[in-house]
Design a protein around this ligand. Sequence first.
Ligand code: ZN
Length: 305
Amino acid sequence: MSKVSLHALKGNSYFATGIFAIGIYQHDNTTILIDSGSDDGHAKNVYDLLQAQGHSVTAIINTHCHPDHCGGNHFFQKKFPDIKIYATRDEKELIENPNLAPRCFCGGAAPFAGLQHKHIAPQKETCVTNVIAPYSDQKLAIGSAEIKIVTLPGHTPGSIGIITPENILYSGDALFGTETFNKHPMLFYTDIENTLASFKKLASLPVDACVLYHGGVIYDLPNVAKQHEMRILEIKEVILSTLQQQQLSIDLLTQKIMQHYKIPDNIIPFVLTQTAVRAYLTKLEQEKAIKLMVQDGLLQAMAII
Ligand SMILES: [Zn+2]
């Protein structure tokens, strides 16, 4: 596991470099992490970095429930039993219960063995101590620090971004850095309408810099948000034009999308792609561009424009 180092942004706003850009905000005796890494090993690297500077962690804010963002909670909660862990209500359930996400990806059934995987859910139980509610933009006081929460639904229903007093935004997985953006043509979004609205919101936020959990700091937020919007609209068009050629079951449509974007034949990429495809179908159905029906024992999608 590679070590991490501290990247100073402005004032008290930092992030830990490494595979993930974990946000760090320090104010007086308060050190807040924005997300916690994927597992104990990654969390320990961040812990060692902060300990070397005499800082203990007082709070973690999880931007959303995915295990690469909350898998380090367990480590910090053991090290600092009084630590506060914040998440929105929708995300809290999935962060706390390692069985829930695999079950969701298995259509609500007891999950297949391949879905009980560290890329699907955190492997250790953890406790969210503070729920950020209601799900709306708000100020949050933690110790002597006051930060802003901005709702960014789309990647997951309860995703948030955090803006520090120095006007630095930590946007979780609402957007992805160039490497991830280019490597994964089918970025994971579960609600396309909300995703597009969150891109517009991001583009209008008057922040000085934005930290992408996968990619680090960017200074051209409106452009990056626009680039993501174009990608989403392009995929929506690919799905609609595929359905305009022929009516397809969701499995066959997922197959065509996986082949089109050369997505590897493994169960995790499959369920992520199928979930994203369903999100596009919901959006197309809202636009009255397609119709969904069960025919010949298959859930089928048919273009109506
Ligand atoms: Zn995520």
